[in-house]
Design a protein around this ligand. Structure first.
Ligand SMILES: CC(=O)SCCNC(=O)CCNC(=O)[C@H](O)C(C)(C)COP(=O)(O)OP(=O)(O)OC[C@H]1O[C@@H](n2cnc3c(N)ncnc32)[C@H](O)[C@@H]1OP(=O)(O)O
Length: 473
């Protein structure tokens, strides 16, 4: 399929520079046609609102958080949320928390983090996992619980900790150790120990890879970029855009969802993301391919980097927010999940999710004031944009006559994205939601779209609407 797309897009996709001007031209026309929009209808019967949210600074793995445990980082996000919103712990009915690569000792990390943060042992918590969209899943699970009338006030979030991942013994060694545990006599134990061979000692390291195909995400992104004709220069240019916009947003103090983290044994507090790095095009061009060697186009600089971080947000029914005297930032209006072939369409979640959520909610591309789209790889973002700009893709894969079109890039990830801010897998969804809510206020917008791809060939798209009480921090 990838080569089919490549052939077809080679015929229909214009070169990079033309694409850029095209996007800018369309942006102008979309802006010109923006009308006063109606509010979206509530689908839950509860008008579920996003009151507020926080995140720890996102750090490049193996830096300042390296000696922590993931539930401790998650605990900081929960405490930070309570501090920011001023709500007492007792008001929280339930906690839904995401994680992808689980620390084996804290498999229900939501519960462990809540206990470590001092929540009552009467507050239930469970952990969800849906790869890079795990905290989106935490949020929408919470929306479902509120809509079902089960609870009113839910904390949702996620944590990822790539500085320490479970490394297993080989299957042979595991089997032997389990037998050894059950051996009844010293002779049985000795005989088992004598059966150990050198290859038993080879450890199993977790890979950021697709289980069904064995392919790493980076390798898949490289193939996807090639299939859609996203060149190395285009990818580097997009990565530079992400880092430049993130650096500007950081300097202007836009990341008001950040909470400081005090790391035991270290002086001072961690207050800022540390992966934002604006390089020159020449420096970027020098980097070698990171995955497909020697001819690939995906490098360390045009990929999201391995990141440690945690996030948490507070959602509830609008009535409950009023009762508690809280001023929500946004309505959580609608969401959808999509799933495709995890081999050739692994990272195309936004190209499927965005048209679906727009159609579902009766909105057009031009109605959207902020786009917050997860950047797994620059090549993956460009492939999604090219897919959305292709009649052929629309006809063959979306069941539509004509292409979806390209969103207004002036409204797209204006504060940078996962390439620059970082991507602690299960924490990213809440960051996207808070950037959306805050940008809607700062940019005087009404509707924001969030979308992300995830391992397993899955994806999410969500629509947030600015709340009338929304305010800047
Ligand atoms: C749905 C999803 O989200 S899927 C996505 C899931 N996420 C992933 O798969 C993570 C992908 N990323 C990775 O695995 C890793 O970050 C990798 C493999 C790409 C890179 O890892 P590393 O090789 O350890 O990166 P490292 O930080 O050492 O950078 C390699 C080189 O690039 C350089 N570099 C990295 N970023 C930049 C930048 N922005 N500008 C300039 N140079 C850079 C580094 O300085 C380094 O140069 P050096 O070799 O001269 O020291």
């Amino acid at each position: 399929m990838a080569s089919q797309i490549a052939r077809s897009l080679l015929a229909t996709t214009r070169p990079t520079t033309t694409l850029k001007f095209d996007i800018a031209r369309r942006a102008l026309s979309v802006t010109a046609t923006l009308q006063q929009k109606k509010s979206l209808k509530d689908k839950t019967g509860k008008n579920v609102v996003l009151v507020d949210g926080v995140r720890t600074p996102f750090l490049v793995s193996f830096t300042d958080y390296a000696k922590m445990m993931p539930h401790e980082l998650a605990r900081h996000s929960l405490l930070g949320l309570l501090h920011k919103t001023g709500i007492p712990k007792e008001v929280v009915d339930y906690i839904v928390y995401g994680t992808v690569i689980q620390e084996v000792k804290t498999s229900n990390i939501g519960r462990e983090a809540a206990l470590a943060a001092g929540f009552s042992d009467r507050t239930p918590a469970h952990t969800v996992t849906m790869a890079c969209i795990s905290s989106n899943q935490a949020i929408t699970t919470g929306v479902g619980m509120i809509a079902a009338g089960a609870y009113d006030v839910i904390v949702c979030g996620g944590v990822e900790f790539m500085s320490d991942v479970p490394i297993r013994h080989s299957r042979k060694m595991r089997s032997l150790l389990l037998k050894l545990n059950r051996a009844k006599t010293p002779a049985q134990r000795l005989s088992l120990l004598a059966s150990i061979r050198p290859d038993y000692f080879a450890p199993e390291l977790p890979a950021v890879a697709e289980f069904s195909s064995g392919e790493t995400m980076g390798h898949s992104a490289d193939r996807l970029a090639a299939a859609f004709g996203a060149t190395r220069a285009e990818q580097d240019e997009y990565a530079l855009r992400s880092h430049t916009l993130a650096a500007e947003a950081q300097a202007k103090g836009h990341f008001t969802d950040l909470i400081p983290v005090k790391v035991d044994g270290k002086d001072g507090v961690v207050e800022k993301d540390n992966g934002i790095r604006v390089s020159s095009p020449e420096q970027l061009a020098k980097l070698r391919p990171a995955f497909v060697k020697p001819h690939g186009t995906v490098t360390a600089a045009n990929s999201s980097f391995l990141t440690d971080g945690a996030s948490a947000c507070l959602i509830m029914s609008e009535a409950k927010a009023k009762e508690l005297g809280l001023k929500p930032k946004a309505y959580l209006r609608d969401f959808t999940y999509v799933a495709q072939d995890p081999v050739d369409q692994l990272l195309l979640g936004p190209a499927y999710g965005i048209p679906k959520i727009l159609e579902k909610s009766g909105l057009q591309l031009g109605d959207i004031d902020t786009w917050e789209i997860h950047e797994a790889f620059a090549g993956q973002i460009l492939a999604n944009l090219k897919a959305m700009d292709s009649d052929w893709f629309a006809q063959n894969y979306l069941g539509k006559q004509t292409k979806v079109g390209v969103p207004d890039m002036n409204k797209w990830n204006k504060w940078g994205g996962s390439l620059s801010i970082g991507h602690p897998f299960a924490a990213t969804g809440v960051r996207l939601a808070m950037h959306t809510a805050h940008r809607l206020v700062k940019e005087d917008g009404q509707f924001g779209v969030i979308s992300a791809c995830a391992a397993g060939g899955q994806g999410v798209a969500m629509i947030l609407e600015r709340h009338p009480d929304a305010h800047t921090d």
